[in-house]
Design a protein around this ligand. Sequence first.
Ligand code: DGY
Length: 326
Amino acid sequence: MSTPRAFVTRTLLPEALDIIREVADVTVWPEETPPPVEELRRQAGSSDGILTTIMDRVDADLLDAAPNLRAISQLAVGLDNVDVAEATRRGIPVGYTPGVLAKSTADLAMALLLGAARRTSESERWLRGGGWQIQFHPTHWLGQDVHDACLGIVGLGQIGREIAKRARGFDMDIVYHSRTRYTDMEAEYGVRYAEFPDLLGQADFVVLSVPLTPQTHHLISGPQLALMKPSAILINVSRGPVVDPAALYEALRDGQIARAALDVTSPEPISMDDPLLTLDNLVITPHIGSAALPTRLNTMKLAARNLVAGLRGEPMEACANSEATP
Ligand code: DGY
């Protein structure tokens, strides 16, 4: 049998590429930006497997152009750019990377939560701008306490659970809302189930850790923001479109909620003209939830192993549609 051909849409760390090179002839897209749609179609058209990121659209059009494709491996836990149902119909397994990045993403959620509560970015900007003229001022930079506050976690998947574990260490009172009620996890993670409107009404911090689906698109918009406390802080580490950015802007501008911290935006990258960027009560990072070196390496290696398994016709370690595996 001839050596399979794999197309990797972004440069990976060498340790991960080596895993694929052991079994396939690998073409790596060399640019910083993703391959244009036509290039992706061309490359997929002559490949047996592709390794994608969240910026590559894998839909019926692409799959039509790739008759030999027998493995798709996504370097992410989120699959909102991949039409998994379409891949399943064609018997193509889709790998993804759950597990390996949940802890790092939860770490970042806590960093954003703490940073927004204690106003670290805002006060640093003030300091660097020459604002720190008096050594100590009893009423300057008053933020919010994290300990003993109520944290509402929306989505109790792997990332949500890791956030709950961390929040317990901060003595937070934790409520969650999820499609499924996890009674077994309520004791293990010290969390209470709440209906979504109740969670929004009680929480001092609301953290979003849900996948982007048609049901979670603009899950947080005007009516939901109106249910939140004026002192509440919203944290999004899931996908940008889970929050309606225009509604969030108005809520932050008008003091309907106190602050927000976003690792994800809609669109990405956020436009430099976006009104959200004019607000001091917003902490924002450029989609770096899983961007810690050991985690990223493990994520890349898992995606590489998934691709190799798919090319060999073996079950992938993490497959979103195991029914598609031959
Ligand atoms: C994920 O794994 O879904 C992260 O958001 C990176 O794409």
